[in-house]
Design a protein. Structure first.
Ligand SMILES: *Cc1c(COP(=O)(O)O)cnc(C)c1O
Length: 387
């Protein structure tokens, strides 16, 4: 190769500088602020995904996940990918072609459950509630009597509306009386608000790391009861996804520890450290902190003259949906917070687009310091528009 062509190649190479992302305060619907210890864990050396030291780390992560989910389920793993990957692992393995899945209509993520169940070859039926309200057990019972679904999915913490689903044991009781399995979306509840997988009779719960666990996205918690796993191992037809086939993943995360795909090792380190922080704080103390700190946020928002989208009974501490006052441009406020304060909050989704802001209070972001900051910044942004 001549000197001239080497020079041309260098001239061709894109000239990008060093990576310096802005230092944001993350108070949106996820990701949340990452604890420095988790970032540090991510810069520790890589080992192989079958290295004896990594196998030990896998055991620890599984044990910490059981603690956080409040479960003794053997089948408790981090799925490679974001929350949607653990969601698709749950739905794609538990819904077989010909099965009927009952899903809710009261938010954005019930709609995602529906799409995934349809792709898995399932029939989908719906239990209705408006966006901004939880499911009523009476409606769930009626939907069961009418459709006899095999699988029932509900969203424990609906990030699109700021609603926490109450009465979970009542919902799972209805499903079990009809011999159905229950899948809970706990993406915005795990590690942030009370969730008791075993006591509440949840058969499968999936979550994500970047919400109340304050960990970067990439390895997403999933737990299945023996009864749920029996159904997975007893399927007539293989699940449509090879990557998310739990009967194959069992070979890696179960007793064999044999290769299926290369685990996202660094993300597993991160999740381990994030879960260690949960264990150090204590799960119940962590739920209490979210309630307390987010309670101060809610009170502060109301003092600014703003109104919460969800009534107090269904208020979700980890995601505060606030109504945009008449005459205020929601996008301009979001832009002002980002430009002037390096602060991220989010707009509404779907049916609530333009009607609400979504302010997260999750994990390491659920701190008094963040709450004071967001309230002061919001007051300024609203004043800019004459509120
Ligand atoms: C964020 C979220 C998801 C999806 O998680 P991703 O990590 O974005 O794939 C699913 N359900 C709920 C309730 C969520 O808040």
């Amino acid at each position: 190769m001549s000197d001239a062509s080497a020079l041309t190649e260098r001239e061709d190479a894109p000239d990008v500088g060093e990576l310096t992302p802005p230092d944001r305060t993350l108070m949106g619907p996820g990701p949340s602020d990452v604890h420095p210890r988790v970032l540090q864990a991510m810069s520790t050396p890589l080992v192989g995904h079958l290295d004896p030291s990594f196998v030990e780390i896998m055991d620890e992560v599984q044990e910490l996940l059981r603690y956080t989910f409040r479960t003794d389920n053997k089948w408790t793993i981090p799925v490679s990918g974001t929350g949607s990957a653990s969601m698709e692992a749950a739905i794609g393995n538990l819904v077989e072609p010909g099965d009927t899945m009952l899903v809710p209509t009261n938010g954005y993520f019930g709609g995602r459950m529906k799409s995934m169940a349809e792709r898995a070859g399932g029939e989908v039926v719906e239990v209705e509630a408006p966006w901004g309200e939880p499911l009523d057990p009476v409606d769930v019972e009626r939907a069961f009597d009418e459709h006899q679904p095999d699988v029932f999915g509900f969203v424990h913490a609906e990030t699109s509306t700021g609603v926490l689903q109450p009465n979970v044991p009542e919902l799972t009781g209805i499903a079990h009386d009809h011999d159905a399995l229950v899948i809970a979306d706990s993406v915005t509840s795990l590690g942030g608000v009370e969730l008791r997988v075993d006591e509440w009779g949840i058969d499968a719960a999936y979550s994500g790391p970047q919400k109340c666990l304050s960990c970067p996205p990439g390895a997403s918690p999933l737990t299945l009861s023996d009864r749920a796993m029996d159904k997975v191992l007893d399927r007539d037809e293989q699940p449509r996804s090879w990557y998310l086939d739990l009967s194959l993943l069992e070979g890696y995360w179960g007793d064999d520890r044999s290769y299926h795909h290369t685990a996202p090792i660094t993300n597993v380190y991160a999740l381990r450290e994030a879960l260690r922080l949960v264990a150090e704080e204590g799960i119940e103390a962590r739920w209490a902190r979210h309630r307390e700190v987010a309670g101060e946020l809610k009170a502060g928002l109301q003092e600014l003259g703003l109104e919460m989208n969800a009534p107090d009974e269904y208020w979700l501490p980890s995601l505060n949906a606030v109504r945009v006052p008449d005459g205020i441009d929601d996008g301009a406020v979001i832009d002002h917070l980002l430009a002037e304060y390096d602060l991220e909050i989010a707009s509404g989704l779907g049916d609530l687009e333009g009607d609400i802001w979504r302010i997260g209070c999750m994990g390491h972001s659920a701190r008094r310091k963040n709450v004071e900051y967001v309230l002061a910044a919001l007051e300024d942004a609203l004043a800019e528009q004459g509120f």
